[in-house]
Write a protein that binds this ligand. Structure first.
Ligand code: GLN
Length: 491
């Protein structure tokens, strides 16, 4: 039989269902692959070998007992280390949670287990999901399988790299400003940010609660849709969860794969398809737009004039929420505790713990957010940013009166070399220029590979109205039917 690590999740589920391979064999093949390449890639912070094999054995037992298996039963999945996993280390890429083993599973992880998927382990990320390169992980950066000297995107670089390195066929990410889509784009994989509230935040370590959205990562659009369907839907334990069923993303991906987009109106965001992106990225993007036109789609230019203010608004809103959310890491309830020697006061213990436990980017965000929320500055910064957020939402609403989805390149540039953007935070923030508006609006967005620029992957972003996640899967699958999947060089 062909190497299972090169198969899609759909193919893996089929070989397990038919008995061609057992779930244990599939799991072992992925564990072997991780053992062979992850020292160089560093996609995983923790590999749960025993837990994975145990889950796989349970799937094999269910199959042997003649039970009906779901569409992802036995398929391995890598989970971003931002989601709690019962008894399995959850660090959020930070020293402050080193060795923390949560007492409960996040809803996403519970649903992954219920679907019979096999969790291989936890993936590397920028600390507290703040970053665009995985270079801000406290546990060393992840390499991009296309070029190990380059970044795999961030903050969910570990999940995307695990897919591109064939260490896992499926992965989970979280997207606050682009952390699923941007790593997807620069690693040549698929990353989807669901509608905010369409996937549960219960057990997702909070960065910016009004933006954080867990979602699927895969090598194909159909696989991402299957994973989306498995993890999505209402959760009473998340107060912002939408009490509606997940749109039929799987049917939409299947429909799109036929390559027919007749009658679909694509809105090319004027502000994001001209300047602001590398010429190579724009050239590949434009070719992909032509290909979509040939599939029957109608392409119209749509101006979204406030999108250019999304980045500054985000860098006030997200740090503000983070400064509040991260106050809970005080050395009392979770993880690290420094200076508890009977000499230091409780306040000093908190301060020493936070100083030792948080990295520089997290500290920068906490300080920015605390400042933006402080009395006297609140209206000028946080309040103003909220008004901009409303204007951006209005741009989306107006646009969706004319078109079914909006499209743009996912990122302004391809994977950059390590160290090239760490000295200037603004240069790093620019990586999410095109993805952030979607988060501020709350709608869904997907990145689908659309070609290579100078040998490195380029992603095309499709943005849809809230709770119309199916639309982006249809267009994404149609694009994939033309472009195919991108195969990185052998590691
Ligand atoms: N790169 C953005 C940031 O640093 C987005 C991160 C994310 O989506 N988690 O905040």
């Amino acid at each position: 039989m062909a190497d299972v690590t090169r198969m899609t999740a759909t193919e893996i589920a089929a070989v397990i269902a038919s008995g061609e391979a057992s779930a244990v064999e599939v799991t072992q093949a992925h564990l072997d692959r991780i053992a062979a390449v992850d020292e160089r890639v560093n996609a995983f912070l923790h590999v749960d070998t025993e837990g994975a094999l145990e889950s796989a054995r349970a799937v094999d037992a269910r199959r042997a007992a003649g039970e009906e298996l779901g569409p992802l039963a036995g398929v391995p999945v890598a989970v971003k280390d931002v989601l709690t996993t019962k008894g399995v280390p959850t660090t959020v890429g930070s020293k402050i949670l080193e060795n923390w083993r949560p007492p409960y599973d996040s809803t996403i992880v519970q649903r992954l287990r219920a679907a019979g998927t096999v969790m291989l382990g936890k993936t590397n990320m920028d600390e507290f999901a703040m970053g665009s390169s995985t270079e801000y992980s406290a546990y060393g950066p992840t390499g991009n399988p296309w070029d190990l000297g380059r970044i795999p995107g961030g903050s969910g670089g570990g999940s995307a790299a695990a897919l591109a390195a064939y260490e896992a066929p499926l992965a989970i990410g979280s997207d606050t400003g682009g952390s699923i889509r941007q790593p997807g784009a620069v690693t040549g994989t698929v990353g989807a940010k669901p509608t905010y509230g369409g996937t549960s935040r219960y057990g997702l370590v909070a960065f910016s609660s009004s933006l954080d959205t867990p979602g699927p990562c895969a090598r194909t659009v159909l696989d991402a849709a299957l994973l989306h369907a498995a993890i999505g839907g209402h959760d009473p334990r998340d107060s912002t969860s939408i009490p509606l069923p997940v749109p039929d993303v799987v049917a939409a991906a299947r429909a799109g794969a036929t390559g027919d987009l007749t009658g679909v109106r694509l809105g090319l965001v004027t502000e994001f398809s001209g300047e602001g992106a590398e010429p190579g990225v724009l050239a590949v993007f434009r070719e992909a737009v032509d290909a979509l036109t040939k599939l029957g789609a109608e392409v119209v230019e749509v101006s979204c004039p406030h999108f250019q203010y999304a980045l500054p608004a985000y860098y006030l809103i997200a740090p503000s929420e983070c400064s509040s959310n991260l106050a809970r890491f005080d050395g009392v309830r979770f993880g690290l505790r420094v200076g508890d020697d009977g000499v230091h006061s409780l306040e000093e213990v908190m301060s020493l713990t936070r100083d030792a436990g948080f990295g520089p980017e997290v500290k920068r965000r906490i300080m920015l957010g605390t400042y933006a929320l402080s009395s006297g500055y609140y209206d000028a910064y946080y309040g103003q940013a909220q008004k901009v957020r409303t204007l951006i939402t209005q741009d989306f609403t107006t646009a969706f009166e004319q078109v079914d989805v909006l499209i743009s390149p996912t990122t302004p540039f391809v994977a950059f070399p390590f160290g090239s953007r760490t000295s200037d935070p603004y240069q790093m923030y620019l990586a999410d220029l095109f993805t952030i508006p979607t988060n501020l609006y709350g709608g869904p967005g997907i990145s689908v590979p659309c070609g290579l620029s100078e040998g490195l992957p380029v992603g095309l972003q499709i943005m849809a109205p809230t709770m119309a996640d199916d639309r982006m899967y249809r267009v994404g699958a149609a694009l994939e039917s033309v472009v195919g999947t991108l195969t990185p060089p052998e590691l």
